[in-house]
Design a binder for this molecule. Sequence first.
Ligand SMILES: [Fe+2]
Ligand SMILES: [Fe+2]
Length: 170
Amino acid sequence: MISKHLNEELNQQITYEFYSSHLYLAMSAKLASIDFIGAATWMRTQAEEERVHALKIVDYILETGGEVNITGFEDPDIKADNILGIFEQGLEHEKFVTDRINFLMGLATEEKNYAAINFLNWFVNEQVEEESNAETIIRSLKLIGNDGNGLYQIDKELGARTTVGITSQT
Ligand SMILES: [Fe+2]
Ligand SMILES: [Fe+2]
């Protein structure tokens, strides 16, 4: 069982996860348009992953007898037109999502809802990974600067990402 309050906030989180997916898809298209095909692939995989996050929450609400309410969101706005700026915006967004997950965890803790705490733990760990991935890429991009060879290499490496980083959906 989940409380009405936690149910509402989880519904809000579904919206944020779908928004994340949209944002990363827009970033993917932007990266492809500036010829970073590998980075565009990486971002598209990230967009897929965010969709899986949203569905995970949908399933959890259903499983716990709550009510799923799918709502809309604003258009994603890509501010940068270069690869470093795009990944920096991605990191900023992930920090926002981490705050949201921490907020949800706080709520579940207040309510002593141990099942929800257990469910949300997966997202806590996922956010550590998301921020760390983005930070690693940003650090490399800063080192590379405008070096053509370096940019070519990192784009190739990012393009190797094909799997959604989810080990279990249960
Ligand atoms: Fe997510
Ligand atoms: Fe991930």
